[in-house]
Design a protein around this ligand. Structure first.
Ligand code: NDP
Length: 338
């Protein structure tokens, strides 16, 4: 299949790109600069332009950002849209988080409808952020699934960067489903909704100081930052990046995935478990917490449950263990200087 993948320099996208190429697809990926394109190209020295090519899209928040990117020869049959800001180094929630997420999503869907009639499948990277209802807190009696949609409002979005991020993913996903309903395009969409994504970083794109947001805690644990107190875990549900990549590729390949959201999650984790896994497997990192170090456990009153059945049944996902994930993440961080 001829595929357009957006944001190819991202953590999740790099693994998705790798899997697309392994499955024999022909990929054009968008990146923000020629420098990033060159770095990715270096990792695949044997692939010709027919298998891997690049298109520069500097800012997905521009209305017409994807107008030219969706046109290709041979034409695209599928689009995987992963590019969206996921970091909290921002000054303006609307401009830095919400606009790129929403306009990026609607912009690419409009461009496909207008100029890429051969595209049949679009997979959009959404998030558990678009599922969770933060107003209900830990909600022990609830089981989250694809049925749930975060009811966050524009006003709540402006409260702090975390709300802003969650709103950006919620509004973007909603805009995608609305687009399909109203515009009745020639293609079907699927969304992939992962919670915290951990896993190996690709060495050619990262440095220890410049990691994707979700892997920072694994680095920080190994660096001894949790020695005196383990921070609160946050969402407590996770998935391995390689399983997320597989979800994207399978959602594109499997016809039954059309029109569905996929809550791709392995299940629970805690920051304490991450520390314990590092301690057990990498004795060289000395400053890890001990049994008596406070923090990092599960909430005492229990918490929401999760249902990942659809990802298993439709996409055939198996889900890697936390131990495999953390061990491989640490190994990958060692290649960038941990
Ligand atoms: P990364 O930060 O590694 O990737 C984000 C990608 O989006 C990068 O390629 C980035 O380019 C690109 N991007 C961001 N803003 C813009 C913009 N304005 N214009 C053009 N490109 C832009 O994070 P992840 O790989 O983790 O995130 C990928 C997707 O997965 C996002 O949609 C995110 O919301 C979603 N997600 C991630 C989770 C996680 O725990 N990691 C959990 C749930 C969902 P550049 O690096 O050049 O700025």
């Amino acid at each position: 299949t001829r595929v357009l993948l957006t944001g190819g320099s991202g953590f999740i996208a790099a693994h998705t790109l790798d899997l697309l190429l392994k499955h024999g697809h022909s990929v054009v990926t968008t990146v923000r600069s020629q420098e990033k394109a060159d770095k990715i190209k270096e990792a695949y020295p044997d692939l010709g332009k027919d298998k891997l090519d690049f298109f520069i899209v500097e800012d997905i928040a521009k209305e017409d950002a994807f107008d030219k990117a969706v046109i290709s020869n041979p034409p695209f049959e599928a689009v995987l849209h992963t590019a969206s800001p996921f970091h909290f180094k921002i000054t303006d929630i609307q401009k830095d988080l919400i606009d790129p997420a929403v306009t990026g999503t609607t912009g690419i869907l409009k461009a496909i409808k207008k100029s890429a009639p051969t595209v049949k499948r679009v997979v959009v990277t959404s998030s558990f952020a678009a599922i969770i209802n933060p107003d209900n807190g830990l909600w022990p009696e609830h089981t989250y699934s694809e049925e749930d949609f975060n009811p966050i409002t524009q006003e709540q979005a402006m409260e702090n960067p975390m709300s802003g991020y969650r709103a950006s993913k919620t509004f973007a996903e909603k805009a995608a489903w609305d687009f399909v309903e109203k515009e009745k395009p020639n293609f079907t969409i699927s969304t992939i909704n992962p919670p915290m994504v951990f896993g190996p970083v690709v060495h050619y794109l990262n440095s220890l100081d410049n990691l994707n947001t979700s892997n920072e805690r694994i680095r920080d644990a190994a660096l001894g930052k949790f020695k005196d107190e383990i921070p609160y875990t946050g969402v407590h549900v996770w998935v391995d990046v390689r399983d997320v990549a597989e979800a994207h590729v399978k959602a594109m390949e499997i016809p039954e995935a059309a029109g569905k959201r996929f809550f791709v999650t392995t299940g629970y984790f805690s920051n304490r478990e991450i520390c314990d896994i590092i301690k057990k497997n990498f004795p060289q990192y000395k400053d890890l917490p001990s049994e008596t170090t406070p923090g990092g456990t599960f909430p005492e009153g229990g918490m929401f449950k999760v249902n990942n059945k659809r990802s298993v049944e439709v996409l055939g996902l198996k889900f890697r263990s936390l131990e495999e994930c953390v061990v491989d993440t640490i190994k990958s961080l060692q290649s960038v200087g941990l």
